[in-house]
Design a protein around this ligand. Structure first.
Ligand code: FES
Length: 276
């Protein structure tokens, strides 16, 4: 998926950013999964309602329609899921793979159910979607485990500098062209120069916690060394995934040859400027 996007150039990058959820401020995948899961549950409920006394045949049409909506939603969820999964590692990668295989199996059951219902084989159709829903629940358990146990999709920036007052970080003449990690009040901060200005960001990439001291600067962007996420150097806003959360950014100033930093107020970040 990543290679295909890269081969498509700028358009591929925009599609990748959209699927990752940069525009949303967090991963898109958990949001779009609500559609297939909700549609499958609704189908199950409508099928159960058809068994009640005075059963309504029109519910059969409704459940097939909703099942079709859920199948379409499954394809969108698969695209966003693969986009997130390609950057996972070790156990999260294995769990994510099983999660994806289960989702594919569930979608196959829904497609079979949708086809059987259309051909009048109602019992088979209802049974197939019920089995599919059971698989979806198992897959949902693994999806939750990916978030709550492995931290996939969770902001991995770590502690932020919380000081509202200026704190000395480094002598100005000790900061050369490369990003440099310093500690301010026990919190890691990365200083660097861009376009003549001294800037400061958090020490960890919000995606999977890469050390931003190893990042490089390119045309107003700071680029993560692990998976290439790009952030605006002034605001920390993600400009290219897989990171979807902003990189911590701090205000800076130079006083008496010493670089000082402090927490940047949200209003300052929204205005797009953090220089002291
Ligand atoms: S750690 Fe993955 S993009 Fe930074």
């Amino acid at each position: 998926m990543g290679l295909a996007m890269a081969a498509c150039g700028g358009a591929g990058e925009r599609v990748g950013n959209a699927l990752q959820g940069i525009w949303l401020g967090h991963p898109l995948h958990p949001v779009v999964t609500t559609l297939p899961m909700g549609a499958a549950a609704t189908t199950l409920a409508l099928d159960a309602a058809r068994l009640l006394p005075g059963r309504r045949e029109d519910l059969g049409e409704a459940s097939r329609f909703i099942l079709g909506v859920g199948i379409a939603g499954s394809l969108t969820a698969a695209a966003t899921g693969v986009t997130d999964w390609q950057h996972t590692q070790e156990q999260a990668r294995r769990v994510g793979l099983v999660h994806g295989v289960l989702n594919a199996a569930a979608t196959c059951m829904y497609v079979l159910s949708w086809r059987d219902r259309g051909r009048g084989r109602q019992v088979r159709g209802v049974a197939a979607s019920a089995v599919g829903y059971g698989i979806t629940l198992a897959s949902g358990y693994l999806g939750a485990s990916l978030v709550y146990r492995s931290g996939t999709g969770v902001d991995q920036s770590g502690p932020r500098l919380g000081a509202a007052q200026w704190s000395a970080a480094l002598d100005d003449d000790k900061l050369d062209a490369a990003p440099q990690r310093v500690e301010v009040g026990g919190t890691g901060v990365v200083l660097f120069r861009n376009d003549g200005a001294v800037l400061a960001v958090g020490e960890r990439c919000p995606h999977l916690g890469a050390p931003m001291a190893d990042a490089w600067i390119d045309r107003g962007r700071i680029i993560c060394p692990w998976h290439g996420s790009q952030f605006d150097t002034e605001t920390g806003r993600p400009l290219r995934g897989p990171a979807t959360s902003p990189l911590s950014c701090y205000q800076t100033r130079v006083r008496d040859g010493v670089i000082e930093v402090r927490e940047a107020a949200p209003a300052v970040l929204r205005a797009g400027g953090i220089r002291g």
